[in-house]
Each structure stands twice: as C-alpha cells, then as structure tokens.
Write a protein that binds this ligand. Structure first.
Ligand code: ZN
Length: 320
C-alpha cells in the first residue's frame, strides 16, 4: 500500500468523503426521479454550451477545458478519489488461497449452493420488487459494513431507470449491458429495470457499495456478496451465489460439481441479457474500459471477473 492510498483511505474514503456523498444523496432524495440519468444528458449539454458560448468570443475550446476541469475536480471530491483508496484485500487481510484449499472450498460451496436452491421455487429465479428488496437488504448492508468498521451511507431509496414515456432510456441502458449505475455527482444508487432473473439483490447492493465509497467494480461486488451472505432470506443469499458462480470458468464449475439446477439458473440470467444484445454494447464497454483504466484500475473492465477470486479469499478467511 502506498502512502497516498493510506492517506485517502483514512481521510477521504472513511473520512470526509462519507458526509460529502451523504449530502449529495440527501439532496437527490428530495427528487422522485433519478438525477443521475438527467446528468448523463446535462453533462454533454454543459460542455456543448461552454463551447458555443466561448466560440462567439473566440475561445471555445478553452471554455470546454475549463468546464471539464471543474467537473472532473467535483467528480474527484464527490467520489472519484475512492479509486485511489487502500485495496479492500489489504484492509480485510484477504490473502491468496492455496490450490488445495480453493478446490475444497469450491466443492463445499457447490453443495451448500444447491441446498439453498432447493429452498426456492422451481424454474428461473424470481425477479424481485426493487423497493421491497432495497428496504429488506439495507439493514444487512449496514451491519456488514459496520462489522468491518466501514461507515455506512444513510438510507435513501435506490432509484431506478425511468418508466413510462422515458422507458427508452432503460432499454438503451440494457442494450449497453448496464444493470445499474452510481451517480458520482448525485450520490444516487440506480438500478436499471427490468432486472435479470435472480440478479436484482446483487445489483442493488453492488450499487449501494459504490455509494459507500467502494469505487472498484471488484470491491463493490465483494461487499455485495458479503452482505447477501449475511441475509437470512434464501432468495437474497442465492442472488449472491449466482453472482459468485456466474463468472467462474466451466472447468471450475465442473470440478466443484456445481449442480445442473444452479447452472440452469445462471443460464436464465444470461438468456435475459442475450435479448438485449446490440451493436452499442461493445463500444460502450470499450469506453467504460478506458474510463476504468484512466482511474487507475489496471485491468479495466476485466475487474468484474476478478470479483469471484476475491470472494473465494473472503470465504476462506471466514472459514466457510
Ligand atoms: Zn459497479
């Protein structure tokens, strides 16, 4: 860990960053719709307006640069510095797991995942209600963070992508492969609707974890997984399990003896996303990959796939 990471962890991520994001989230909570989605349109508009106004006086590009620097400064202060915080693996002392322990853990976990599945209705996992799930899972989210001595953000309902006349925004986001988004300028956790079977609890807590200052995709997923493991509702826990097993390789699943029933449930989620596959998904992923790398996330979009390995470390540490 570098001295800068230690400084940001102490004074920003678990310090002033918490009330700053909390204040933004509190202000946004007074508005019944998502300001994050609005900001997706307003930010390019602000840059365009800066160019148009400056252009008349002969300094269009300078105006754009000034607005971009101000926005980036606000982004860093409001949330973006969290990309430079101390790695979660170091804070929670999640060391590497040797190959034998890893194999044993996967086998045991495949058995307990199947046992969990047996408690649920047959067929594809249910798509849960956003508001109900949000209220039910929040106390476990708070408890999980506090058990690791991380500050938890105050409860303001998670927002969802627009419905009704603006439902094209949800469709567009789904076509980009987006299941949720955290608004760094608004402090809002957003979930894109509809959600894939069995994925809502995981997506919701993943976005909440971003709100709590875990900027890294891997770390937000690990916090979501640990939260759902603590839930007493089997449907919530199972959502975490699907997120755990989904990205693991076929050989890992086969070796662990993961049941066909669980694999079918993972497939239900993939089938949902196949319906929305489109030509805009790839360029969107490339842009996000570039963005993550610019924020110091060396593996870019691949960090999503690293979550399962960190979850294995967390399970090994918990002695599961
Ligand atoms: Zn995320």
């Amino acid at each position: 860990m570098s001295a800068i990471q230690a400084f940001i962890e102490k004074f920003y991520s678990t310090g002033v960053g918490v009330p700053i994001a909390g204040a933004l989230s509190w202000v946004s909570s007074w508005v019944p719709f998502s300001l994050t989605y609005l900001s997706l349109f307003l930010i390019p508009l602000a840059l365009f307006a800066a160019f148009a106004l400056g252009h008349r006086r002969g300094f269009g590009l300078v105006s754009v640069a000034v607005v971009a620097v101000v926005l980036y400064g606000f982004f860093l202060l409001a949330w973006g510095l969290n990309y430079r915080r101390r790695p979660l693996a170091e804070t929670l002392a999640l060391g590497p797991v040797n190959i034998v322990d890893r194999a044993l853990l996967l086998r045991q976990y495949a058995v307990s995942t199947e046992e969990l599945r047996q408690k649920l209705p047959k067929g594809c996992p249910r798509v849960l209600d956003l508001g109900e799930t949000d209220r039910a899972v929040y106390p476990f989210f708070r408890k999980t963070l506090e058990s690791y001595r991380f500050p938890a953000p105050a409860y303001h309902p998670v927002k969802s992508s627009p419905a009704g006349v603006f439902s094209f925004v949800s469709t567009l986001l789904l076509k980009m492969g987006n299941s949720g988004i955290y608004g760094p300028f608004t402090g809002e956790a957003n979930v894109t609707q509809p959600t894939a079977p069995g994925q809502l609890p995981f997506t919701l807590v993943h976005e909440r974890a971003h709100q709590a200052g875990f900027a890294s995709e891997t770390e937000a997923s690990v916090i979501a997984f640990l939260t759902l493991e603590n839930c007493d509702d089997p449907e919530m826990r199972y959502s975490g399990r699907l997120a755990f097993w989904g990205p693991l390789s076929d050989s890992d699943k086969k070796f662990a003896g993961l049941s066909q029933g669980v694999q079918n449930d993972i497939q239900c989620g993939w089938d949902f996303w196949m319906k929305y596959r489109s030509a805009i998904e790839r360029p969107t992923r490339l842009i996000y990959d570039y963005y993550l790398k610019a924020q110091g996330q060396k593996r870019g979009i691949k960090t999503y796939d690293d979550a399962s390995e960190l979850m294995i470390r967390a399970l090994a540490r918990a002695g599961k």
